[in-house]
Design a protein around this ligand. Structure first.
Ligand SMILES: Nc1ncnc2c1ncn2[C@@H]1O[C@H](COP(=O)(O)OP(=O)(O)O)[C@@H](O)[C@H]1O
Ligand SMILES: [Mg+2]
Length: 295
């Protein structure tokens, strides 16, 4: 457990031995969990998880930021990560596309499986992982280029050989921005409003044609109208993508997510269908948080 590389032998067979905390009681990390083949213990549906996280630990130097996180992310759903500031939400999100390994002095232990393949195995290419698992950040960060070039960049880095113009249009439509920008595609992205810039960044991420889109508080820098636009966009996107969103806004989590995971001090306290987690939390700590008694 010294760095992010693992031998193939240490890989865990996704359907056999990764504990399943979908229905949420993982505040006993490193326990030997009973194996479940159900992706969704709440409904009994057998859907293969898009992402499967097994006993994940993460350190920044001596800071133990993630402690034995085990969770499944269902495909074509929005999963929200909530919890007080510093509980590890962003760290967990970055583990899902190997962005943490870009930070010096960090250590990871555990598995992150994407469609049953360990994204940290020796043969896995981190660049390819990040194409399949895209990320949208808190502050919109368009390039100092035109709207068109921002989106076409995704196609370019992807070595896209198809019709780039069509891809740009499709990505902008998916990000619910097309109608607002179709007559000004070749004007600077910086001239857009903050909310439009964030949807442009979503379009740029989609143009890489990922499977999963990670979003770290994507609306927290936006006004309420821009926020609701971005939320509508996210709801539309789950038809085609798997979304994991960090939010400190519990109303937002309950509006847009199908499932919610509550983290506290580096541990996954509870994960469940969003309505259940908010209305019938199973852990006292979850209840205290969702009812606003701390956080
Ligand atoms: N780049 C970093 N270097 C050192 N410590 C970090 C870094 N990023 C986060 N941490 C620490 O890891 C813990 C989890 O942080 P983070 O994942 O950012 O939490 P959240 O997103 O829930 O606010 C905190 O204790 C934080 O101080
Ligand atoms: Mg954060």
């Amino acid at each position: 457990m010294t760095d992010n590389s693992q031998t193939p032998d240490s890989r865990v067979d996704t359907d056999q031995s990764v504990p399943d905390a979908t229905n949420g009681t993982a505040d006993q990390p490193r326990r030997a969990a009973k194996v479940s083949n159900d992706a969704d213990a709440t409904t009994g549906e057998e859907v293969r998880p898009k992402l499967r996280i097994g006993d994940l630990n993460f350190w920044y130097g001596d800071t133990h930021a993630l402690k034995g996180i085990t969770m499944d992310i269902a495909p074509n759903e929005v999963t929200a990560l909530i919890g007080p500031s510093g509980c590890g939400k962003s760290t967990l999100l970055r583990c899902m596309n190997r962005m943490n390994e870009l930070i010096q002095g960090t250590t990871m232990d555990g598995q992150v499986m994407l469609d049953g393949q360990d994204i940290y195995e020796k043969e896995a290419d981190p660049v390819m992982v990040r194409r399949r698992v895209g990320m949208v950040f808190q502050k919109p960060n368009p390039f100092p280029k035109t709207i068109y070039k921002n989106v076409a960049w995704g196609a370019k880095i992807n070595g896209y050989t198809g019709d780039v113009e069509a891809l740009v249009e499709r990505s902008l439509r998916q990000a619910a921005l097309w109608d607002e920008v179709k007559d000004r595609l070749h004007t600077p992205a910086y001239d857009l409003s903050g909310g439009q810039q964030q949807r442009l960044c979503i379009a740029r991420t989609l143009a890489v044609e990922p499977d999963v889109v990670l979003m770290d508080e994507p609306a927290s820098a936006l006004d309420p109208i821009a926020t609701s636009k971005v939320e509508e966009t996210i709801t539309e996107l789950k038809k085609d993508y798997t979304i994991v969103i960090v939010t400190h806004n519990m109303q937002q989590a309950s509006r847009i997510s199908d499932r919610t995971a509550f983290l506290y001090m580096g541990r996954l306290i509870e994960m469940n269908r969003t309505d259940q987690l908010f209305t019938r939390p199973q852990k006292d700590r979850t209840e205290a948080y969702v009812t606003g008694r701390f956080g």
